[in-house]
Design a protein around this ligand. Structure first.
Ligand code: PAF
Length: 287
């Protein structure tokens, strides 16, 4: 695996692959890789001749008081995992390489309608940071396709919108959420959980599953279902930020004719903020 810290070296190599007609798949990450990330690498591998991953803990997407400084950084282990899982190149820039203007960009990319709702309402500026860094990374790697996990569903919708609006020639490939045996979505932040919190954490996914069933059976209104989900999380010891059902394509409020939906929740458990979601169809009981 080739490792690049500089933009010029990365571009020189990736462009030479492209000149040879190779398909470039890209997996952006913040490192501290787990099986969920590795499934993104495998998905990119299936579709590409060359797989490029990036590891960059992006300061721009962390708010004041969030865990930027303490975010787990495990580069040596991450490199080994990427090699073992067939990654061809790793881009690990320093903050100054991506943001030479004193660590902050002057130009930013924002998808306002999608960035200030749900997680964005609780993490102001977060999706602006994500969209800006992903736009930069796309301009540097120039991938044919990029793989994003469905666990960060709002991020996926924001990136899809950005790609469409700014005409990036990149196919966005979603990858299903990796889960532990008890249903908990894999996340780097799970390691903030104490043993007791870890045994409570699967309640989040369980409540999302219940909400899907309740919405399909129409035994309660959507508002009642979400209120019940919120209350059940509080009862279990979470501090929920939200528990909502939205239209899957664009996260708008659900309208009369909408059939493809997503139930999403974010909740604090101790010092971990956990997010999860389930996409579902009202037409197909198993979809
Ligand atoms: O999902 C992540 O790990 C990050 O938000 C991303 C897409 C790598 C941008 O920093």
């Amino acid at each position: 695996m080739e490792i690049f810290e500089s933009i010029n070296e990365l571009r020189t190599s990736v462009r030479s692959w492209r000149r040879e007609g190779q398909i470039i798949g890209f997996v952006p990450t913040m490192g501290n890789l787990h099986d969920g990330h590795l499934s993104l690498i495998h998905k990119a591998r299936e579709r590409s001749d060359r797989v490029v991953a990036s590891i960059f803990v992006n300061p721009l997407q962390f708010g004041e008081g969030e865990d930027f400084a303490g975010y787990p950084r495990t580069e040596g282990r991450d490199r080994d995992l990427l090699v073992e899982n067939g990654c061809d190149a790793l881009f690990t820039p320093a903050v100054e390489e991506l943001y030479p203007e004193g660590g902050m960009p002057v130009t930013i990319v924002e998808v306002p309608q999608l960035s200030n709702i749900l997680c964005g309402a609780h993490r102001p500026g977060h999706f602006r940071g994500v969209a800006t860094v992903v736009a930069k990374l796309f301009n540097l790697v120039e991938p044919d396709l990029a793989v994003f996990g469905e666990k960060d569903y709002q991020q996926l919708v924001v990136i899809r919108r950005m790609v469409e609006d700014l005409c990036f020639p990149v196919e966005i490939v979603p990858a299903v959420t990796g889960r532990e045996a008890d249903g908990l979505a894999m996340s780097s932040r799970n390691q903030y959980l104490t043993d007791a919190e870890r045994s409570t954490a699967p309640v989040l996914f369980a409540e999302l599953c219940k909400a899907v069933e309740a919405r399909r059976s129409e035994k309660a209104t959507q508002e009642e279902i979400c209120r019940a989900g919120h209350a059940a999380l509080r009862q279990a010891g979470f501090r929920p930020d939200y528990f909502e059902i939205r239209r899957a394509s664009d996260l708008a409020e659900v309208g009369q004719g909408d059939r493809q939906l997503v139930v999403m929740a974010a909740a604090w458990l101790g010092r971990a903020r956990l997010i999860d979601n389930i996409q579902f169809s009202l037409d197909n009981p198993s979809g």
